[in-house]
Design a protein around this ligand. Structure first.
Ligand code: G6P
Length: 534
């Protein structure tokens, strides 16, 4: 069998890109390389004429087939229906949802064209894995063209309840295209239940546990919480701090002794950046003893800036940060720094390791991999504390974080204070359990588990995981243990202890980590291979 991955964005390998590519891109590519495969999707560029055919480029064992969109298609399919209708709707932001019939027509049109261009590339034993909300109707379009292969879909963002989803015009038509898939992967059980509930309510589908049927095909809807490459990220953080490259050094500037609270997000309203800045301001007002000795670094690379709601967020975040800095700052201390650019994964890993608090407070998020990266990057001897929104999918797994309601500024402010005051023994205890959880459900585990389910038990034997999770303590083989990782914190004896070399930890401690400060502007020099958080 061969694996065919379809996603809106296609990550082609480039020189030096190993560092920049996120865990998902690396994991998918590694699965593709292992079994031979095709990665199909939008080239990310526009051209005057729509592509009428694709010419796959073969690199190693993987072929990449990319399609250009016209500017009109980019507007309607990507900016319009995907990011002004589906994105806010899926994130429970009905007030921001802007439905336009011509955008919807453009969305369906691009999905149809993708299907038309993909069909000639397919082989009978291909297994097709489609990713994310841009491509919901793609399987239905492929089925219309006679494709009978196994087709799976993974939804990276939340799926709202039927009440919310039903507000979308044509919601019943769109949701019913989900039944063209054999397997639908969701981030959490809540998302899976919402989709099934929507199919039942809007399409009268029949539900039997995780199986749902509204036509000839039975679709399995199951949670597969996505992970990161924990071990690589941990190593990256250690190496980054040890190398003390420019941006990391900047956080230990001459004013020494200051603590660092960090937020890293695409500049997106779902991430709760403005609310987070306000919460930090509230924390400084309620606890003036912290003024001058702690700072918030918010890294927020711009995203989808052609969408008006994103442009507005850009303006609003500047305004709030400026207002709080003016009101609370001192001549030698700026409480909040918002840096609107992307840093390399290595620099981010170093920042995380230096930060005493990781502030991950989205208003709603499918999973949020920053939460997992923050934990993976910590020094096990002296870890920082994760403050995590209860509305991030990650909260379903990472119960040992300080779980907060991001709408409650006071609660977030108090969590920052608690995190900064937390004794080392408690920080270590929480960290060990969190690390064990993310290590037991890392990106290799996710890929292999999804593909095993998509291909069926028999084919799963042939399709070995691209890289078995190293610290999964049998999680790849024991279904019960696997399920545990999706719903509960890790077992009492975490794998983290064995995963982290004691000598390494001692080394880290010797390097004086966590003594970082917030004294000067972090990393003004642009870095190569900048990576955007998802
Ligand atoms: C989310 C989506 C991804 C998307 C990413 C970045 O994580 O789930 O599909 O690629 O945001 O957004 P962009 O619009 O820049 O691709």
């Amino acid at each position: 069998m061969r694996l065919v991955v379809v996603s809106n964005r296609v990550t082609m390998p480039e020189r030096g890109e190993k560092v920049a590519a996120g865990g998902l891109a690396v994991a998918l590519r590694s699965a593709l390389e292992k079994h031979g495969g095709l990665w199909f999707g939008w080239s990310g560029t526009t051209s005057a004429e729509p592509s009428s055919r694709v010419e796959p480029v073969r690199l190693g064992n993987v072929s990449y087939a990319v399609v250009d969109l016209t500017e009109a298609e980019r507007q309607s399919y990507y900016l319009g229906f995907s990011n002004r209708a589906l994105w806010p709707l899926m994130h429970y932001r009905l007030g921001l949802t802007d439905f336009d019939r011509s955008d919807y027509a453009g969305y369906l049109g691009v999905n149809r064209r993708f299907a038309k261009l993909l069909v000639p590339q397919l082989k009978p034993d291909d297994v097709i894995w489609i990713h994310d909300y841009h491509l919901i109707p793609l399987a239905a379009e492929l089925r219309r063209r006679g494709v009978t292969n196994r087709i799976g879909y993974f939804h990276h963002i939340p799926w709202p309840s039927a009440e919310v989803f039903g507000a979308l015009p044509f919601s019943a038509t769109l949701i019913s295209t989900m039944t063209a898939y054999d397997l639908v992967g969701m981030q959490t059980q809540t998302d899976a239940d919402n989709l099934i509930g929507g199919l039942v309510a809007l399409r009268g589908a029949h539900r039997d546990g995780e199986r749902v049927k509204a036509g000839p095909r039975e679709t399995v809807v199951r949670p597969f919480p996505i992970g990161i490459d924990v071990e690589s990220f941990r190593k990256l953080a250690v190496a980054s701090v040890r190398a003390a490259t420019q941006p990391i050094r900047a956080t230990t500037g001459p004013l020494g002794g200051r603590k660092l609270v960090i937020g890293v997000d695409r500049l997106d309203y779902s991430k709760g950046i403005v609310q987070r800045l306000e919460a930090f301001g509230q924390f400084l007002r309620s606890h003036p003893e912290h003024r001058g000795n702690v700072g918030l670094l918010q890294i927020a690379p711009p995203s989808r800036s052609d969408v008006p709601e994103y442009a507005e967020l850009d303006r609003q975040s500047d305004e709030v940060a400026g207002r709080l800095n003016a009101a609370l700052g001192e001549f030698d201390w700026t409480p909040i720094r918002v840096v609107k650019k992307a840093y390399s994964r290595s620099a981010l890993a170093g920042f995380y390791r230096r930060a005493q608090v990781g502030l991950v407070t989205p208003m709603r998020d499918g999973m949020n991999l920053v939460a997992k990266e923050y934990i993976a990057a910590q020094n096990p001897e002296d870890p920082g504390v994760l403050v995590l929104s209860r509305f991030a999918g990650a909260a379903h797994q990472m119960g040992e974080a300080l779980i907060v309601n991001p709408y409650d500024t006071h609660e977030v402010a108090e969590a920052i204070r608690t995190a900064l005051a937390m004794p080392q023994s408690e920080r270590v205890r929480r960290f060990e359990r969190l690390y064990a959880t993310i290590a037991a459900s890392d990106i290799g585990w996710w890929t292999s588990r999804y593909l095993a389910a998509l291909t069926g038990a028999e084919a799963a034997d042939k399709l070995a995981p691209p890289e078995p999770p190293r610290k999964a303590s049998g999680a790849t083989r024991k279904p019960a243990a696997r399920q545990r990782a999706t719903t509960r914190p890790a077992a009492k004896k975490p794998a983290a202890k064995t995963a982290i070399q004691p000598a390494q930890a001692a080394n880290d401690a010797a390097l004086g980590e966590k003594r970082g400060s917030f004294g000067q502007r972090a990393g003004s020099k642009p870095l190569p291979n900048a990576a955007s958080p998802r």
